[in-house]
Ligand binder design. Structure first.
Ligand code: NDP
Ligand code: TDO
Length: 303
């Protein structure tokens, strides 16, 4: 199987590049045709959606996996058109191109399509209500993929982090090295999910349910606040020698840490449909955290 992977330089894209290798040949594509680890890739600029059908036609893959996205949650408030083009229009164009070629499309969405008001983990068919531009653009992307007509798998992820790229774990490690005191919100709840485990689960889902089309929640087990996640990061990072000492960590309400975009108070996803349909689960979020910190430690300590 030939798999065209868009967004191959992103944190999820890099993990998928490895994990999808077990299913066939991965053909990476990036914004500028270069792989961040060195090497060449196809060019796929999602801010120019009209360029995408020709790429799909020329490469003639058996499957397209779209890990590219506009993910800057606060900046999206000031660049709504760009966010919409990359996160909504481009996935719609891809879905139509895949439908025309008779191939499937794997796409990713987010817990930020919800408004955070639930009292229990969100199910796939719960009403959406994004609080900001990023979440709204990702919701429009889901709808565009469904309407585009390709057989698709849309995986809604939550609080993604890994050993590379831009994410909360790496931000916390950096800030802890710069300051002795951090303030982190404790009234937003979700499930931190490590990219290596997401990538393995996506490969497993393609293996176990290649013909299935639909939308699934895919996240680790358990739940935490951002403050609880930061606390666990510092405890494990000190134990693994990645930090000399944990900073003082103050729990604060969201009002005390104002951001350009509002985030949901409750982002925990119910993943039972994914487990039922593909026979897989990602494991508890603390297991994924331990693996990522172990891999950072084995790489020499400093991300
Ligand atoms: N990060 C998270 O916490 C979560 C992410 N998700 C979803 O998971 C998916 C993967 O996200 P993640 O890997 O974390 O995000 P990253 O920001 O790490 O990666 C996104 C990739 O998309 C690329 N990209 C952005 N704009 C364009 C463009 N115009 N043309 C081509 N490529 C572009 C970026 O390229 P470049 O490297 O050149 O900037 C980057 O490599 C996305 O769909 C995201 O919405 C869902 C829930 C949580
Ligand atoms: C850096 C920092 C953040 N925070 C708060 C801000 C925010 O409410 C929360 C999370 O911070 P971030 O801005 O790093 O995370 P954010 O970019 O909101 O993360 C989101 O990214 C997108 C792409 C998704 O799809 C989501 O699932 C989610 O992972 O923590 C603090 O309280 N203290 C701090 O020192």
């Amino acid at each position: 199987m030939r798999i065209l992977l868009l967004g191959a330089n992103g944190q999820l894209g890099q993990a998928l590049h490895v994990a999808l290798g077990e299913l066939g040949t991965v053909l990476p594509a990036t914004r500028d045709g270069r792989l961040s680890g060195g090497g060449e890739a196809e060019v796929a600029d999602l801010s120019a959606p009209a360029s995408l059908p020709a790429l799909v036609e020329r490469v003639a893959p058996d499957l397209v996996v779209n890990a590219a996205a506009y993910t800057a949650v606060d900046r999206a408030e000031d660049e709504p058109e760009l966010a919409h083009r990359v996160n909504a229009e481009a996935p719609g164009v891809l879905s139509r191109a895949c439908a025309a070629a008779g191939i499937g499309l794997v796409h990713f969405s987010t817990d930020y399509v919800f408004d955070g008001s639930s009292q229990r983990p969100w199910r796939e068919d719960d009403p959406t209500g994004p609080l900001g531009v990023y979440g709204a653009s990702k919701l429009a992307g889901e709808q565009a993929v469904r309407e585009g007509g390709a057989a698709h798998k849309i995986f809604r992820l939550c609080w993604v982090y890994g050993p590379r790229g831009h994410n909360f774990l790496l931000t916390m490690l950096r800030l802890a090295r710069e300051r002795g005191h951090l303030r982190v919100v404790d009234d937003q709840h979700g499930t931190p999910t490590a990219v290596p485990r997401i990538a393995a689960a996506v490969a497993g889902a393609l293996r176990n349910g290649p013909g299935r089309t639909g939308t699934w929640h895919l996240a680790a087990g358990g739940e935490s606040s951002w403050h609880g996640f930061a606390d666990a990061i510092f405890e494990a990072a000190v134990a693994r020698g990645l930090l000399a000492a944990a900073p003082v960590l103050e729990a604060v309400p969201s009002e005390a840490y104002p951001t350009r975009a509002r985030r949901p108070a409750w982002s925990v996803l119910d993943t039972s449909a994914f487990t039922r349909d593909f026979g897989l689960h990602i494991g508890h979020w603390r297991e994924g955290l331990d693996e990522v910190l172990a891999s950072l430690a084995s790489e020499g300590g400093r991300p």
